[in-house]
Design a protein around this ligand. Sequence first.
Ligand SMILES: [Zn+2]
Length: 194
Amino acid sequence: MKTVFVDVDTQIDFLYPAGALYVPGAEKLLPALEKLAHCAAERGIPVLSTVDAHAENDPEFRDWPPHCVAGTAGQQKPRNTLLGKRVTVPKEAAEYSIDGAQQIILETAAIDCFTNPNLLGLLARLDADRYVVYGVVTEYCVRCAAMGLLRTGKRVELVTDAVETLRQEDARRTYDEFTAAGGVLAAVGKITQE
Ligand SMILES: [Zn+2]
């Protein structure tokens, strides 16, 4: 069974207290994120990392404080979530090669990573049987990624101790929606030890 890890928006602006759109408690995910990255590297599991990559004055900034502007430090991922061989897929339709890449950085400018026109083609190339999803924020970008992946008909696992939420009740509702649609809840320990 081919597994792909889907690492959602684990970027400095979200993860650290000094970040532009800090998710309270998210820095506590770092050991788990590191463990998952290490596990992927060791086993040759491809990692699809979505990243917010906004332009200045992006429409999304009407609803949220400006964050993850392309080219800023806050838009970067912490070093320990990066693997050696990476390729970046831009937010506009593009030609790209994932040959030899351990990590595919998929840029997005909206909460739903499926707004990137390259994503469905990329998933077809990755040809996974199973997706393991984690990152921030549970009820927004993680939810969109997990539900969209479920719609592809593949097994999707959501790593509940490697996600962070803004509101517990919204996270609980997301878990209910996800499991009702056939998703499976998982834990870092189980994913990295199996
Ligand atoms: Zn954003």
